[in-house]
Ligand binder design. Structure first.
Ligand code: SF4
Length: 687
């Protein structure tokens, strides 16, 4: 007998979970995935990976994976051919266009899609005459985009994570990188263990708080007051950089006047943070040689999330710690693999690829010249506006690509109502998610280990995504599905390949003009802005001037305003939502992997004081009610929370935690106020 050696191959790709952007090696043997290993050459992860990227890939061949299109017939979704599914979707879109014009058609894109897929989907919408395209950054870091743009000029983090090694003091705000961005969490911790100082600002005792010099625990919804309190101390104790403020910043007189209202004792009252801790934190940040700000959704997901980003940016500007050799600026930890890229590619209702405004005739003209079609000049609908329009009968066709909006979006009963009211819902998905269950057409999608394209990570690096495996059964990449549906509607999109799509995007967007698949294959990761093929990309921004119209960093003098929700006698606890280490977002991938054994369900964390008050023990089943809806959760007694507060993840649709959250949203960007919901508990399951 002759023994045949198994065929082993290794594919270098980029993790499809969080926004850190770890480089991974997918090892296949005889066509089956046998391991995913961290790539030592990975510029961000340097040979590390976490429990998600490394081990949560069993979902690829889960028996629950969608491998065939489904089409609604009466109350049920039934298997169909691609031809039938595309016909049904195309007919629904044509009916919507005929009944109410392009404004009746919308799409929600996501970080699950590559840059090239996001580019193609927004092009499809715009070519048929609609700017109703949005992506999941609406629900997480849209306030970062608006706040960082207003303060510095561009909608991304200011520095490269490579520079984190130089930082000697970290201010980590509203982020839990040890669980949500574990490779970043580990690198921050390593730097702290080697001597950097650490201030953590978070209502919860998140992982890094154990190693913090100062842990500030503000009441949820009081960030702006907290940041103004820190700024007050920087000013009053002369911990600012006068030359930087004179030469490179604007708005100091207005901010100075505002900050007279935020002395430590007043801020202590507003936030619950002791004045001594506030002073200690401000001094650590203010006296550091190279201070760094790293923040997460605890800053953005608020009624005044954009104000929070800007008030946080004030600290770096006052300190001269952005756009200079000193400091690691202001850097958001993007939650999802390609949420930065989805926005970069123009999957937003008001901006084209590369952030040209749809209201700007020059930006439109650049796209129109390449696309050969007019671009509508009025901003389209944001995600919450799409749902409202569907409920009102104005939106008649909605394509959801890679998002389980019924699980992840706030006030989810209203989201379900919107989908039920919309005459056509198309859903591209890996599994029969809560959203897919309500769709009229379900298109089976390829997963990140089956895709060809690029992602942009949290520090603006374009990185290649390469298929280690073909999609199962009849599943197709979103790229192919978008082409197929556009063709069915008689709309040619060009861009026959992902490489061609990025090349076309580079022609429209000066920020990405120097990028191509060929270059990324040759050089590895390249950050934007990258205006020229011979330019290495700008890892550190603003070293000469800020990208604002006057070239200066802009301080913000916006007062603190209270959150949309307050506890009262009926709803005495404040709920904060977030992520846990083994799972990722709606959990559709991690729940279908061995990670489900590590964390088999969502829990509601309660402080022992609150548990005792309600007579609760670990594992008790609770009814939880808010002013918006109800859920059932298991109690987990934990000192990670503060008395009067509760915490829950949103990884298991069955927990229904987003039935509790409100439709309050950031006044600038419509990002939901996930971090502040007033709730009450009942011991049994009938709240
Ligand atoms: Fe993937 Fe993020 Fe984990 Fe890296 S840290 S392996 S990008 S989930």
């Amino acid at each position: 007998t002759t023994a045949t050696r198994p065929e082993t191959s290794v594919t270098r790709t980029t993790c499809g979970y969080c926004g850190v952007g770890c480089s991974l090696e997918a090892v296949t043997r005889d066509g089956a995935l046998v391991a995913v290993l961290p790539d030592r050459r990975g510029p961000v992860n340097r040979g590390h990976a976490c429990v998600k990227g490394r081990f949560a890939h069993g979902f690829l061949d889960s028996p629950d994976r969608l491998t065939q299109p489904l089409v609604r017939r009466g109350a049920s979704l039934e298997p169909a051919t691609w031809e039938e599914a595309l016909d049904r979707a195309a007919r629904g879109i044509q009916e919507a266009l005929a009944a109410a014009g392009p404004q009746a058609v919308a799409a929600i894109s996501s970080a699950r899609a590559t840059n090239e897929e996001n580019y193609l989907l927004q092009k499809f919408l715009r070519v048929i005459g609609s700017n109703n395209i949005d992506n999941c950054s609406r629900l997480c870091h849209s306030p970062s985009a608006s706040g960082l743009t207003a303060s510095f000029g561009l909608p991304g983090g200011t520095d490269s994570f490579d520079d984190v090694e130089q930082a000697d003091c970290f201010l980590v705000v509203g982020a839990n990188p040890v669980e949500a961005h574990p490779v970043v969490g580990a690198r921050l911790l390593q730097r702290v263990l080697r001597g950097a100082r650490l201030v953590v600002a978070d209502p919860r005792a998140v992982g890094l708080a154990r190693n913090a010099d100062v842990h500030l625990r503000p009441r949820p919804g009081t960030n702006v007051a907290l940041f103004h309190g820190l700024a007050h101390t920087l000013l009053t104790e002369s911990l600012t950089d006068p030359a930087f403020l004179r030469d490179r910043a604007a708005g100091l007189p207005e901010l100075t006047a505002l900050l007279t209202g935020y002395p430590p004792d007043i801020v202590a009252e507003l936030t619950g943070v002791p004045a001594a801790d506030l002073l200690a934190a401000a001094r650590l940040y203010g006296q550091a040689q190279c201070p760094a700000i790293v923040y997460g959704l605890g800053v953005t997901e608020h009624l005044h999330g954009t104000d929070g980003v800007r008030a946080l940016a004030n600290l770096a500007i006052l300190r001269g710690a952005v756009g200079t050799g000193r400091g690691y600026g202001v850097n958001p930890l993007r939650g999802q693999n390609n949420v930065q890229g989805a926005s970069d590619m123009g999957a937003l209702p008001d901006t084209l690829p590369g952030y040209g405004k749809v209201t700007d005739p020059d930006a439109r003209a650049r796209a129109e010249a390449v696309w050969g079609a007019p671009v509508p000049d009025r901003p389209g609908l944001r995600i919450p506006e799409m749902f409202a329009a569907a409920r009102a009968g104005r939106l008649r066709a909605l394509w959801v690509v890679g998002e389980d909006v019924c699980t992840t979006d706030p006030d989810s009963d209203k989201v379900a109502e919107a989908l039920d009211a919309c005459p056509l819902v198309v859903c591209s998905e890996l599994f029969l998610s809560e959203t897919a269950r309500r769709a009229d057409v379900v298109l089976p999608a390829a997963a990140w280990l089956e895709k060809n394209g690029t992602f942009v990570n949290f520090d603006r690096r374009f990185q290649r995504v390469r298929p280690a495996l073909p999609p199962p059964g009849q599943a197709r990449s979103d790229f192919d599905a978008i082409h197929a549906l556009a063709t069915r509607l008689g709309t040619g999109l060009g861009c026959p390949s992902p490489a061609a799509a990025l090349a076309e995007c580079a022609r429209i967007s000066p920020l990405f003009a120097g990028l191509s698949h060929h270059r990324l294959d040759r050089e590895g990761a390249v950050p934007w802005p990258c205006p020229d093929p011979d330019q290495p990309g700008e890892a550190k921004l603003y070293t000469r001037r800020f990208a604002t119209p006057d070239g200066r960093a802009h301080l913000s003098a916006t007062p603190y305003l209270p959150p949309g929700e307050q506890p009262d006698d009926d709803y005495p606890l404040l709920l904060v939502t977030g992520r846990r280490w083994a799972h990722y977002n709606s959990g559709s991938m991690t729940r279908h992997s061995r990670n489900a054994d590590l964390a088999p369900r969502d829990f509601l964390d309660l402080h022992p004081v609150d548990a005792a008050r309600h007579g609760l023990r670990d594992g008790d089943l609770l009814g939880v009610a808010s002013r918006h809806g109800r859920a059932r959760l298991l109690a987990r007694i934990s000192e990670e929370t503060t008395p009067g507060q509760a915490f829950c993840a949103f990884h298991f649709p069955s927990s229904g935690v987003n039935r509790l959250t409100s439709d309050h949203a950031d006044t600038t960007t419509s990002c939901p106020e996930y971090k502040v919901t007033a709730i009450r508990l009942t011991r049994d399951d009938s709240p």
